[in-house]
Design a protein around this ligand. Structure first.
Ligand code: GLC
Length: 463
């Protein structure tokens, strides 16, 4: 039997706090040392949710740092290379990304030219709810709401060619689910260039747990094609071979629009509130019209370049629950799917929520987004279950998430099979001491302590 990484819940809770401290770098949290040494967009927002229990000034700073690097057209980059080291510690570094040539890019810092799922508004609201000093920080909240609003405006303006209110992603890394099985069909639609590069990720993590070399050829080709167009949105829209309406990305856009609307109202910013509400409603409708799959009981993807539907699978296709997108009937179908043998296994032999059906031929229990359980998607679906009143599923997802980190530690992702725990050599996968796992597990633990925040804060200050 695998030995538990944390014997008790308080041990786990303390580790969540110390992991966030460990990964803090003067003005933001990195995902984990070594593997991801810079600021990643959606990771940062999730980290802020954890910081809100520990040090609110860091939670606020996380957003501030992101917005200090916002492009003039509203775009937010997936990586900000603070303390750039010319690609020595991470590949692709800022030189390979080459986004600085775009006229909208900031001059004071290098960033990538692709974005990530828009979870900022949603996470900002979580922080706001815990911020007992929010009355003293109205300027911060107003500026942050405006900055995130500009990001959403960019998405609807520059990435929605048919005005469907379903902005596309133009690189698989923008999905946050880098090597998901959904991209396989797109890779068959174009020839990648060949790269013989020195990857840094496989120096830190077993290569069976990472995307393959062949996958990387596609990822880098997309970056280079974009770079050759100076990351000009119109040009990229015309020619890039990857343009996808992604259900996780759009679900978080809806959730963030709703959160921004509520926050904006608190600060008398009614124009922003009205626009965000309209966007949220229109994107919800579009997701239900175009992407919902009543047979599979989840949301699909749409390949805009090749005009083809791509089947959804697993956790990312379920995040629509978080944003209240499915109606009651649709939500029940989704719940049934998650609890079916395809995701839970016969006799509930798997931890929820795998990122691919465990019965699928392309299921891979180790390789990144092709099967493993990830804490951020679990956390979002857990919140979604709360929203729909799916009490037992909500409890189960929390129980499974806590069991995984308690056994393995605060890793990046996990083997869904419960039988793996019997193997004394089994471990969590990807990076260890992972910030978003720490932050969101802390929030799950704290959800039982809603009235206890103050005393917890005192506890954490002593760590
Ligand atoms: C991986 C994940 C991505 C995350 C990044 C940093 O690339 O797929 O979602 O943002 O690591 O943690």
């Amino acid at each position: 039997m695998h030995k538990k990484a944390f014997r008790t819940l308080p041990d786990l809770e303390k580790a969540c706090v110390s992991t966030l401290y460990k990964n803090w770098r003067s003005k933001c949290t990195i995902p984990t040392a070594g593997l991801y040494p810079f600021q990643w967009l959606w990771d940062s927002a999730f980290s802020a949710v954890g910081w809100a229990y520990i040090d609110l000034s860091r939670a606020r700073q996380e957003f501030q740092t992101i917005l200090d690097c916002q492009w003039k057209n509203g775009f937010l980059a997936h990586i900000v290379y603070h303390d750039d080291d010319a690609g020595k510690s991470y590949f692709p570094g800022s030189a390979f990304q080459g986004a600085g040539a775009n006229p909208y890019a900031p001059k004071h810092v290098a960033t990538s030219g692709i974005t990530q799922p828009p979870n900022l508004g949603y996470c900002l609201e979580q922080v706001f709810q815990l911020d007992h000093a929010r009355a003293e920080h109205t300027d911060f909240y107003k500026n942050t709401i405006s900055g995130i609003f500009r990001f959403h405006a960019y998405l609807y303006r520059d990435r929605d060619p048919k005005q469907e209110y379903l902005p596309y992603i133009r690189h698989n890394w923008e999905s946050g689910t880098d090597n998901a099985v959904q991209w396989d069909a797109i890779w068959q639609s174009f020839e990648p260039r060949q790269y013989d590069i020195q990857r840094r990720d496989t120096e830190h993590v077993n290569d069976q747990q990472r995307p393959t070399k062949k996958d990387y050829n596609y990822y880098l080709t997309l970056i280079e094609l974009s770079k050759e167009l100076n990351f000009d949105e119109q040009q990229m829209q015309k020619t890039l071979p990857f343009l996808v309406q992604d259900p996780l990305f759009n679900a978080l856009l809806v959730a963030s629009n709703e959160s921004l609307a509520r926050l904006a109202l608190q600060f008398g910013m009614s124009d922003i509130a009205n626009t965000c509400l309209q966007w949220a409603q229109k994107t919800k409708k579009a997701m239900n019209r175009k992407l919902f799959d009543p047979i599979a009981g989840m949301y699909n993807y749409y390949d805009l370049r090749n005009e083809k539907m791509i089947k959804g699978s697993g956790a990312p296709s379920m995040v629509a629950l978080t944003a209240g997108i499915p109606n009651k009937r649709q939500a029940h179908l989704m719940k049934k799917t998650l609890q079916s043998a395809h995701y839970w296994g016969e006799d509930k032999a798997y931890f929820l929520c795998a990122t691919n059906a465990v019965t699928a031929t392309d299921y891979d229990s180790k390789r990144y987004w092709r099967g493993p359980v990830w804490i951020p998607t679990n956390w979002l679906i857990w919140k979604g279950c709360e929203r729909y009143g799916f009490k037992s599923l909500e409890k189960q997802i929390k129980k499974d998430s806590l069991a995984l980190v308690q056994h393995y530690g605060l890793f990046e992702y996990f083997d869904p099979a419960k039988s793996t725990l019997q193997d004394p050599d089994s471990t969590g996968y990807g990076g260890a001491d992972f910030s978003w796992s720490a932050a969101l597990i802390l929030d799950m633990i704290q959800s039982d302590n809603a009235n206890n925040t103050k005393s917890r804060l005192d506890l954490y200050q002593q760590i």
